[in-house]
Design a protein around this ligand. Structure first.
Ligand code: G6P
Ligand code: MG
Length: 217
C-alpha cells in the first residue's frame, strides 16, 4: 500500500535545469573550460561537486580552487532563482499535490540541491511538504538510495510504502536501490527503468498512478 510520495525538485516540480546550466556555462567560460547545452544534459540530477568534476575533466585544480568554483557557480544560480515565482511550477503539480493531500498521502521532497528550500518558498509550495530532504540531509548523492531512505524514515514510512517521482537516471536508480516505486518523467532512454514512465505531471491523477503502480507488481 502506497502511503507517501517523494518528489525530486529540479525537472519535476519546476525547470531549474536552465538556471543550473546558465550558472555552469558562465563558470566554464570564465575558466576556459569546454562546455555547452549538450554536455549539460549529463548533469541532470548530479550533485554540485560531481557536476563540477565532470566539467573540469582532466584539468588539475586544488581542493581550494574547486571549492571556490562551486561557490561561484552557486552565486550565479542563487541570483537566477531570485526571479522565480509560483508561475514557474510545471503544469499539473498543484493539482497532484492537492489530490495527494486529499487522499491522506504523505508528501516529501527528495532533492540533491542545497537551494531546495529557497526554491520551494519562491514557488509558494514549501508548506505542502511533510518532510524536506535536500542537499544537506545525507552524504552520499544519488544514485545512492540514502536521500530517499532519509525522506521515508522522516515520513515514518517503509521504503515499499513510498513512490519517487524523478526526471534523472541517477534518481530512478536511487529510488530502485531504496526499494521504492519509481515514476520517471521524460524520455525512456533516460528514465526507462522506472515502474511507470510519463512525459510530465500535466493531467496526472493520483488514483490512476496508484492503479498503474499496483498493476505493475
Ligand atoms: C539537483 C539538480 C542538479 C544540481 C544538484 C545540486 O540534483 O538536478 O543540477 O547540481 O541538485 O544542486 P545545488 O543547488 O546544491 O547546487
Ligand atoms: Mg531532477
Amino acid at each position: 500500500d502506497i502511503r507517501g510520495v517523494i518528489f525530486d525538485l529540479d525537472g519535476v516540480l519546476t525547470d531549474t535545469a536552465e538556471y543550473h546550466y546558465l550558472g555552469w556555462q558562465k563558470l566554464a567560460d570564465e575558466e576556459g573550460l569546454p562546455f555547452n547545452r549538450e554536455a549539460n544534459e549529463d548533469l541532470r540530477g548530479v550533485s554540485r561537486r560531481e557536476s563540477l568534476l565532470k566539467i573540469v575533466g582532466k584539468k588539475q585544480y586544488s581542493e581550494k580552487q574547486l571549492q571556490e568554483m562551486m561557490d561561484r557557480k552557486n552565486r550565479y544560480y542563487v541570483d537566477f532563482i531570485q526571479t522565480m515565482t509560483p508561475g514557474d511550477l510545471l503544469p499539473g503539480t498543484i493539482a497532484l499535490l492537492d489530490e495527494l493531500k486529499q487522499a491522506g498521502i504523505k508528501i516529501a521532497l527528495g532533492s540533491a540541491s542545497k537551494n531546495a528550500q529557497t526554491v520551494l518558498e519562491k514557488l509558494g509550495i514549501a508548506d505542502r511538504f511533510d518532510v524536506v530532504a535536500d542537499g544537506y540531509s545525507v552524504q552520499q548523492p544519488k544514485p545512492a538510495p540514502d536521500l530517499f531512505l532519509f525522506a521515508a524514515q522522516h515520513l515514518g514510512l517503509k521504503p515499499e510504502q513510498c513512490v519517487v517521482v524523478e526526471d534523472a537516471a541517477a534518481g530512478i536508480e536511487a529510488a530502485l536501490a531504496a526499494g521504492m516505486y519509481a515514476i520517471g518523467l521524460g524520455p525512456s532512454e533516460r528514465v526507462g527503468s522506472a515502474h511507470v514512465v510519463l512525459p510530465n505531471l500535466a493531467g496526472v491523477h493520483w488514483t490512476e498512478l496508484r492503479d498503474k503502480l499496483s498493476n505493475d507488481q
